[in-house]
Design a protein around this ligand. Structure first.
Ligand code: NAG
Ligand code: NAG
Ligand code: NAG
Ligand code: NAG
Length: 319
């Protein structure tokens, strides 16, 4: 093939136009910064969290996992689906698919966190644990009654037992064969009163397992300020966790240089992940400047590399 394709158009201009066209047609790389995925399904994943080992903060290592469509928070008591992460308020909302709610009755299991999780990412004070159908000998019906609130926002256990289809089974037994006629007063409260239940906080279920509490079911409700206005049918069921971001000036420096904070999988020493092929100990060499805009640098260097590769391919074909 001869050097000039179109008469009168210099080869360099042609190549440049061809490359510009090619580059504008290419999709932007989805992971220009590092090997770390930045989202899972619809949920953004960023520092201190990560779904790839070696990314994020080592303190939160292996806490989150992604199965391609859903993000999960892994605990000793199971994997809870992450519903949202609010990075500004530092809150994560998770849902236990195996717990009871107003519409589903499922046998209890413990909500257990590792000691690290209990310290770094415990349920917030807005998370209420309701333990239901406790025995009359339950600690929360006796010595530890003070750990329970008799109601939340004016809503009692009895209301949960009657408003929620799933919990109606815990109401005092109606006379059999009467079609559930409940207007008869109970002649003997000791045998037909509602079984004890308790609205409490994480600290209670942290130190007392469901077996110790002697309650057969539990549910969790997030009180974001409107519990009194709505009844149990309209509450938000789930667990709101609150976390602290580990202070790290090294991580701040890394981010300013355009990198993502990660760590060495063996030593857990901090690494600054600059690109899929380059890790630095503190900051990415290319981004030694200060101020904003360094995020562009990796994308530009990606394009520059592509440009060089494409240029050489086009030249080889043209010359
Ligand atoms: C950089 O660090 C990440 C996270 O530890 C690791 O997965 C990756 O293999 C490292 N890359 C290089 C080039 O060392
Ligand atoms: C991810 O897990 C959820 C819940 O277990 C499941 O419904 C979904 O199908 C899984 N997605 C994939 C891609 O495996
Ligand atoms: C409620 O608790 C009692 C024991 O206190 C248990 O025998 C009963 O099966 C429980 N009810 C349900 C519906 O699980
Ligand atoms: C329910 O009990 C009340 C009081 O004994 C009675 O008047 C009423 O007819 C009963 N209703 C049904 C549906 O059995």
């Amino acid at each position: 093939m001869q050097s000039s394709v179109l008469p009168g158009v210099p080869t360099t201009t042609f190549v440049f136009n061809l490359l510009t066209l090619t580059l504008s047609l290419l999709p932007l790389p989805s992971l220009p910064l590092s090997l770390c995925r930045t989202s899972c399904g619809s949920i953004p994943v960023s520092y201190p969290f990560a779904v790839d080992d070696g990314c994020g903060s080592p303190s939160f290592r292996r806490m989150l996992s992604c199965n391609a469509s859903d993000l999960f928070f892994a605990t000793p008591s199971g994997d809870y689906k992450v519903q949202s992460i609010d990075y500004a308020k530092r809150k994560v909302v998770v849902f236990d698919p195996a717990m009871s709610t107003c519409s589903v009755l499922q046998p209890h299991h413990d909500f257990a966190l590792t000691d690290v999780q209990a310290a770094l990412i415990p349920p917030s004070d807005d998370t209420l644990f309701a333990v239901l159908n406790c025995s009359v000998d339950s600690p929360v019906a006796n010595h530890f009654k003070y750990l329970c609130s008799p109601d939340v926002g004016g809503h009692s256990c009895a209301e949960m037992y009657s408003a929620c289809a799933s919990f109606r089974i815990f109401r005092p037994a109606a006379p059999q064969g009467q079609g559930g006629n409940l207007s008869l007063p109970s002649p003997s409260p000791s045998t037909s009163a509602s079984p004890p239940c308790c609205f409490t906080r994480y600290a209670t279920v942290r130190f007392m397992s469901m077996n110790m509490l002697d309650c057969t079911h539990y549910t969790t409700v997030i009180d974001s300020g409107g519990l009194e206005k709505a009844g149990p049918l309209d509450w938000t069921y789930g667990i709101e966790l609150t976390y602290a971001v580990p202070e790290s000036t090294a991580c701040d420096r890394c981010k300013r240089s355009g990198g993502a904070c990660g760590f060495d999988a063996e030593s857990e020493a901090m690494l600054c992940l600059c690109s899929p092929t380059l890790n630095a100990t503190v900051e990415c060499a290319a981004g030694t400047g200060t101020g904003s805009g360094q995020k562009l640098a990796p994308t530009m260097s990606y394009h520059a590399t592509l440009l060089i590769i494409l240029t050489s391919i086009v030249y080889t074909n043209l010359v």
